[in-house]
Ligand binder design. Structure first.
Ligand SMILES: O=C([O-])[C@@H](O)[C@@H](O)[C@H](O)[C@@H](O)C(=O)[O-]
Ligand SMILES: [Mg+2]
Length: 425
């Protein structure tokens, strides 16, 4: 590559995929048998390719395809042009399609759509200059990125199917067993519990059981905003000194501000601060102490770096959110977290819930050991697309019949009276 040379995109493919997912319970229902993702691949004029990964819902997929059609000739070094072209492709079509079962609804559509292309462009940039993406983001400040054990209440298996490998976890003992297995397998040194499933007293009991079983592991609880302010304050009081942070106990900036005013426990969010527009009001109201960044909805990797700077300016902590994902996303999350000095908490990941034999990249460079993923040092993201595996997971997408994540609809097939209304408690 000569100095000042552009590197233009000549081909973009957008491929929806499905991978198996256990029946994990959350405030809006239960995970369906398959999680949906989309893999984007760009190829440049000199034959270098780069990959990105994002949500798999219908509307999002259609937006990705519309944007992909605008990227012919884009210079992979010009990410501002990528944003401009995405904005143009989307026009006034900017609501819905969040792909997160209604849990994160206010994020920016342009940011969500731009993200996988931004990652793919940076993958190419890294390959062109022979440096890992973490270097392009300013350089790794840590050699490996710690992740947390992400516990879920869960059924033993999907109804009508065999019990899965993890079995049921519907009470404190079940969660302690799940945590033990996850920690033994991956060496995690922080624990997050997805709450908002059972009445708060049961979840308090679960956190206490985890504290007793793992006295040195920082603990987090995330009920996805299904509690009232009063309930949130009661839980915060009962778990004072036990939680590292309490994630999204109540809804909205107002709800979180009311809780924050009444507890010394830090509050974190991936629900009420989900775009740059949310930062000023959240800071003004002192609503949250920690923002959970996520390059999938904050507009890609560099935008998350900008978020980190804003958090630093206003004294906010930074952690990282996750949804069900494949290896491309784990690689991107790891480069980003490695290059973000502000990100001092173990990041969330759904990784252990994915079967090891289902991915679109060889997951070997992403092994979680001692609770952390070593930052890949190969050029770009450091993972290579496995085209056979991509074709297999795309076939699974076509065959599985699912087109949009619908945790609530799936839950109602087994519990017709299930309501995802908030606040529930
Ligand atoms: O996968 C799930 O069920 C999670 O509840 C996910 O959808 C959330 O977005 C997320 O993990 C969170 O921290 O809120
Ligand atoms: Mg959360």
């Amino acid at each position: 590559m000569q100095a000042g040379t552009s590197e233009r995109i000549v081909d973009v493919t957008v491929t929806p995929v499905a991978f198996r997912d256990p029946p994990l319970l959350n405030s809006v229902g239960v995970h369906e048998p398959y999680a949906l993702r989309t893999v984007v691949e760009i190829t440049t004029e000199s034959g270098v390719s780069g990959v990105g990964e994002t949500y798999g819902g219908t509307l999002h997929l259609e937006r990705l395809r519309r944007t992909a059609a605008e990227l012919d000739g884009l210079d992979v070094w010009n990410l501002n042009d990528l944003v401009a072209r995405t904005t143009r492709a989307l026009g006034t079509d900017t609501s819905g399609g969040d792909g997160m079962a209604g849990m994160v609804t206010g994020s920016s559509t342009v940011d969500r759509v731009v993200s996988p292309f931004d990652v793919a462009c940076m993958d190419v940039q890294g390959k062109l200059v022979g440096r890992p993406v973490s270097d392009l983001l300013g350089g790794a400040v840590r050699p490996s990125v710690p992740y947390s054990a992400y516990l879920f209440y869960k059924w033993a298996g999907h109804p009508g199917q065999e019990e899965d490998d993890w079995g049921a976890a519907l009470d404190p003992a079940g969660l302690v067993d799940q945590a033990r297995r996850m920690i033994e397998t991956y060496g995690f040194s922080s624990i997050k519990l997805k709450g908002g499933v059972f009445p708060p007293d049961e979840e308090i009991a679960a956190v206490r059981a985890l504290r007793e079983a793992f006295p040195d592991h920082p603990l987090r609880l995330d009920p996805n905003a299904v509690w009232s302010t009063e309930t949130s304050l009661r839980v915060a009081r009962e778990l004072e000194g036990v939680l590292q942070y309490l994630e999204d106990p109540a809804a909205g900036i107002d709800g979180m501000a009311a809780v924050a005013a009444g507890t010394p426990t830090p509050l974190a969010t991936n629900m009420c601060v989900v775009s740059f527009d949310d930062l000023a009001p959240a800071v003004a109201r002192d609503a949250v102490g920690i923002v959970l960044s996520d390059h999938h909805f904050w507009g890609g990797l560099r935008r998350c770096g900008q978020l980190a700077t804003i958090c630093e300016t206003f004294g906010l902590g930074l952690s990282m959110h996750s949804n069900s994902h494949l290896g491309i996303s784990l690689a991107a999350m790891t480069h980003l977290a490695a290059a973000t000095p502000r990100l001092t908490y173990a990041c969330d990941t759904h990784w252990p819930w994915k079967r090891p034999d289902e991915d679109v990249v060889d997951p070997a460079p992403l092994r979680i050991s001692e609770g952390a993923v070593a930052v890949p040092t190969a050029p770009g993201l450091g993972v290579e697309l496995d085209r056979d595996a991509l074709a297999r997971l795309h076939r699974q997408y076509l065959d599985c019949g699912l087109r949009d994540r619908d945790d609530t609809g799936y839950m109602r097939r087994f519990e017709p009276s299930f309501s995802s209304e908030t606040p529930r408690w």
